[in-house]
Design a protein. Structure first.
Length: 456
């Protein structure tokens, strides 16, 4: 099959590369000529494990190409995917201008039957809008061309996108068009060889809502556990024991019940806010989702609050090591990342930062290009040199089993504040470190009391 994909960001690149990898001819479209030129050379603008190899392989096999030529893009194929961004507006609702622009691009140029597949994360009713835009473009040109608009939301996890796409839990397709149904079955057949029931057909509006519902439910689980962790902190309970206790119930399960310092990224924060706005625009107040969003925003301040508590509210002149900048492992994505909230709070309070992340430091420089209070360091252990305490934001694999004795020797105030509960508190404290994490009982085992050290 021939496929056109508008948008060469995260969703567009993953979708295009992996549809090409099973033998299709895919043309990815972008308005940025520099990005297109780089992609043709195998230089990709995002970090996703294994994606660069898939793109290079399929470019070399001439199954994957990139262009800014809209005439070529529309003429290339019957199946036209929209995979452009839908960033949040000031009120939290999704900005649909790029989706509408692609719909107009297709409508202005189409001369034969098209299936327009919306892969972007969009509010319920977007399919109707795309249909209307194309109809208006055709009417303006006096053309009568058959077309169908389909909803096909993505369910990719950053850091595991290739596995998710090649072996999907489900493929949701919103259409009531019989021809579109058969074409989508053919397109996704290579990804459903072992389980035909991965294809789930429903109405277009139900498909659009399914995407928001999935992300909002996962975000709810995270905020719920973070809420419980804050209660556990105050009661002296251990949230890790609680997690095991509730996760063993098959109705609950262990997925997404790990407490931490808040969720971030391109999906959960944006999609929860967008669904809240969609509900509001339709006369309903989504109180639970509003609370999920509020709890997450508050949770991003927890590490800084713990830090200030250890230093009696004064960190002026202190330098802190930070491990992990991306919002989760295996990505360089800093959108809505808790690390940025923490770093900016430290700056505001008069402290400075030495930070390390395996892949996100280049991206971090874009946010703070001239910030002399932040130094980006080449290794995790080097980050500790000359610092007073360590704060952990992201659970990268290389952080899981460090040398605590070396850490104790390097950290001036022998303090670790762990936003991801990576370590056994007893083991850390036996190395002479104060260890403060999320929702776990504190101990006075280390010999030093930090406020005394700070004062002396």
């Amino acid at each position: 099959m021939k496929i056109t994909i508008y948008g060469s960001g995260y969703v567009g690149l993953v979708t295009g590369a992996l549809i090409a990898d099973v033998g299709n001819e895919v043309l990815c479209v972008d308005v940025d000529q520099t990005k297109v030129d780089n992609l043709k050379k195998g230089i990709i603008p995002i970090f996703e494990p294994g994606l660069d190899d898939v793109i290079k392989r399929n470019v070399e096999m001439e199954r994957l190409d990139f262009t800014t030529d809209m005439d070529r893009a529309v003429a290339h194929s019957e199946v036209q995917f929209i995979a452009v961004g839908t960033p949040p507006g000031e009120d939290g609702s999704a900005d649909m201008q790029y989706v509408a622009a692609v719909a107009a691009t297709i409508g202005d140029r189409m001369t034969d039957k098209k299936l327009v597949v919306n892969k972007s994360t969009v509010p319920v009713g977007t399919g109707d809008m795309v249909e209307s835009v194309i109809a208006k473009s055709l009417a303006t040109r006096g053309q009568k061309v058959d077309y169908a608009v389909i909803s096909n939301p993505e369910f990719l996890k950053e850091g595991a996108a290739i596995e998710d796409f090649m072996k999907p839990d489900r493929i949701v397709i919103g259409t009531d068009d019989e021809y579109a149904t058969e074409v989508m079955r053919e397109l996704y057949a290579p990804f459903c060889r072992n389980r035909r029931d991965r294809l789930i057909f429903m109405s277009r509006k139900s498909s659009e809502l399914t995407k928001y519902a999935a992300n909002s439910l996962l975000a709810t689980k995270i905020s719920f556990m973070n809420e419980l962790s804050n209660i556990a902190d105050r009661l002296g309970a251990d949230i890790e024991d609680v997690r095991v206790g509730i996760g063993s119930d098959p109705r609950i399960g262990y997925h997404f019940i790990y407490p931490g310092c808040g969720y971030g990224g391109s999906c959960f924060p944006k999609d929860v806010k967008a669904l809240v706005q969609t509900a509001r625009q339709n006369g309903y107040t989504a109180e639970l989702l509003e609370a999920v969003d509020h709890v997450n925003d508050r949770q991003k301040h927890v590490l800084f609050e713990k830090l200030m508590k250890h230093y009696d509210g004064d960190i002026r002149g202190k330098t802190f090591a930070i491990w992990g900048l991306s919002f989760k492992p295996n990505t360089d994505d800093l959108r809505e990342a808790p690390s940025r909230v923490l770093i900016e709070a430290i700056f505001e309070a008069g402290g400075s930062v030495r930070a390390y992340d395996p892949v996100a430091m280049k991206e971090m420089r874009h946010f703070y290009p001239d910030e002399d209070r932040m130094e980006l360091v080449g290794t995790s252990m080097d980050t500790l040199k000359g610092t007073d305490a360590l704060l952990i934001n992201t659970e990268w694999r290389e952080f899981r089993s460090p040398n605590f004795d070396k850490m104790a020797a390097a950290l001036g105030d022998k303090l670790i504040i762990d936003g991801r509960n990576l370590y056994d508190p007893t083991q850390v404290r036996e190395a002479g470190l104060t260890y403060d994490c999320i929702g776990r009982p504190q101990s006075t085992a280390p010999a030093v009391v930090l406020k005394a050290v700070a004062a002396g």
